[in-house]
Each structure stands twice: as structure tokens, then as C-alpha cells.
Design a protein around this ligand. Structure first.
Ligand code: ATR
Length: 279
């Protein structure tokens, strides 16, 4: 039996087992995917000994993604560009690492609104953490000329801009409404809105009617930001798609089959989200 898992600290909230075990069953593969809480001081040792834990690989979530990149013998360009890894696998005795968050976000955006890229307008990103880096990298790869990053702690937005070069510009958090109205895509990568907590306090009045509004928060599935965008007739892209699509490359590496993100799988996740208590 092939085994993989997701590690994080904490890890209870992770829905990755639901996704991968669904695919394992659907594909008739003799495998299992579990979750394991690993404290920061043990991450590197754990990752360096995957085989002795009987694992073919693992996902890594908050706060271990930078440590995962550092622990790997071989890294894909995706992980190096973002400075973090979320997917690890073994090739013989070598630990390999990739970042599939960029792939997950861009794949779902392209599926939902393929026309987003026909507009020669900036992309506006709220937040400047690891998720923001993965998404900025995706838009740069897609050829976007200007990315505006708005972050509460301006220094982090500036660090992100420095990392990615002249096409990425840092802005004050207070400018998130006034300087985003012409955006082709507005994306929230902050934790605001998670479990219905907090408000981005962004006013979408006067936003270009073609602006695509997306959120990487998926609990609740329709965040306050997405609800406001819908009410104004703007197209929206929810955060669940990114979660589902980022899982595809890992499953393929570990189990040798490229799985599909189906409506049935999405519905299962939605049911789980609706039935869960806030964490
Ligand atoms: P991740 O790596 O998952 O993206 P992170 O690095 O913890 O997570 O980043 C969380 C983001 O949410 C940051 O941009 C953070 O802003 P700061 O850099 O100023 O901390 C943002 N964030 C979290 N709570 C916020 C709040 N109440 N108001 C504004 N921004 C917030």
C-alpha cells in the first residue's frame, strides 16, 4: 500500500485527506492519505525520513512551507520562485519539492474566467504572505505587466515587490479601494473573512464591470468580498478551486495517475465545509 500525508502545525482543519482519499478510491489505488501534526522543530527531520515513515511523499502546509523548500535535495522552479514548497516526493532516495499553489490558483481562474487575461489592466493582490507570492508568480508567468500589492504591513509588500521585480509594486493598505478600481483581477490572499471573521472593508463601487474578484478563503465558500462582488454583477472565483487543483500534481507524483477535479468532489468538499464548526 502506498502512503502519503499532509503535515502542518496545527493540521486538524486540513481537507486534503478528503480530496486524496476520494481520488484513491475512485482510481482503485491501494493507498491511503492521512494528516499528521508536526511541530516546527521536527519538520526537517520528518521530511528527511519520509521513507522510514513508509511515505512516498507528502503535502506541507502552514507554517512549514519555507522549511520544506530548505529540506529538499531537488526543487522545481515553481518552489524556488515562490520561496516555499507544499508538495514533496521521493525519487529513489532524493527528496524533491514543488509549489503547486500557483498552478492551483491559475488553473481554476483560467477555467472559471478564461477571458481575464484579455484585459490589459493591472492585477491587484490583497496581502503579502506566502499565498500572495505564489499568486504573484502565476500572474507574472501569465504575462501581466503590472501587479499592485496592498498589505497592512507595507514592508512585506515592498519585500514581495523587490523579490519579483519592477512589474510588482507595493501600495498602502489604505489604498486597496482607490487604486484597485481598474483591476483586471482583484484577489484576496489575506486571512480576513476566514470563518466569517473580520472584513476587508473594501468598497467595490466604481470597479470596472469586467473586474474578476477572487478570494483564496474557502470557509465560507462565499466570503463577504465575493458576495459583494456578486451583488454588483462582477464575476467571482472562489477559493475552493485553488485547494482542489493544487492537489492534482501531488497525487500524480505519488500515485502515478493524474486525477480529475470533478463536480462530485467539489460537492463533497462543500458539504464538509457547510457541516464543519469554525476552527
Ligand atoms: P500565508 O503564507 O498563508 O499567505 P501569512 O504569511 O500569515 O499567510 O499572511 C497572511 C496575510 O494576511 C498577510 O498579508 C497579513 O498582513 P500582515 O503582513 O500585515 O500581517 C494579512 N492579514 C491577516 N490579518 C489581517 C488583518 N486583520 N488586516 C489586514 N491584513 C491582515
Amino acid at each position: 500500500m502506498k502512503r502519503a500525508c499532509v503535515i502542518g502545525w496545527p493540521i486538524e482543519h486540513s481537507r486534503s485527506p478528503l480530496i486524496h482519499n476520494y481520488w484513491l478510491k475512485l482510481c482503485g489505488i491501494d493507498g491511503v492519505y492521512t494528516k499528521k501534526a508536526v511541530p516546527p522543530e521536527d519538520v526537517s527531520t520528518f521530511l528527511r525520513s519520509l521513507a522510514s515513515h513508509g511515505l512516498v511523499g507528502c503535502n506541507v502546509t502552514v507554517p512549514h512551507k519555507e522549511a520544506a523548500l530548505a529540506a529538499a535535495d531537488e526543487t522545481e522552479a515553481s518552489a524556488r520562485a515562490v520561496g516555499a514548497a507544499n508538495t514533496l516526493w521521493l525519487v529513489e532516495d532524493k527528496l524533491c519539492a514543488a509549489n503547486t499553489d500557483t498552478y492551483g490558483y491559475m488553473t481554476y481562474l483560467n477555467l472559471c474566467v478564461p477571458a481575464w487575461k484579455t484585459r490589459d489592466k493591472p492585477v491587484c493582490i490583497l496581502g503579502a504572505g506566502g499565498a500572495a507570492r505564489a499568486i504573484a508568480h502565476g500572474f507574472l508567468e501569465a504575462g501581466v505587466e503590472e501587479i499592485r500589492v496592498f498589505n497592512r504591513t507595507r514592508a512585506r509588500a515592498e519585500a514581495l515587490a523587490r523579490q519579483f521585480g519592477a512589474r510588482v509594486k507595493a501600495h498602502d493598505w489604505e489604498e486597496r479601494t482607490s487604486k484597485a478600481r481598474d483591476a483586471a483581477v482583484l484577489v484576496n490572499t489575506t486571512t480576513i473573512g476566514l470563518n466569517g471573521m473580520g472584513s476587508l472593508e473594501i468598497d467595490l463601487t466604481g470597479f470596472d464591470p469586467d473586474c474578476v474578484v477572487s478570494d483564496i478563503v474557502y470557509v465560507p465558500l462565499e466570503t463577504e468580498l465575493l458576495a459583494q462582488a456578486k451583488a454588483r454583477g462582477l464575476r467571482t472565483v472562489d477559493g475552493l478551486g485553488m485547494l482542489l487543483h493544487q492537489a492534482v500534481p501531488g497525487f500524480e507524483k505519488w500515485f502515478g495517475v493524474r486525477p480529475e477535479v470533478t463536480q462530485e468532489l467539489r460537492d463533497r468538499l462543500i458539504a464538509d465545509i457547510k457541516g464543519s464548526k469554525p476552527c
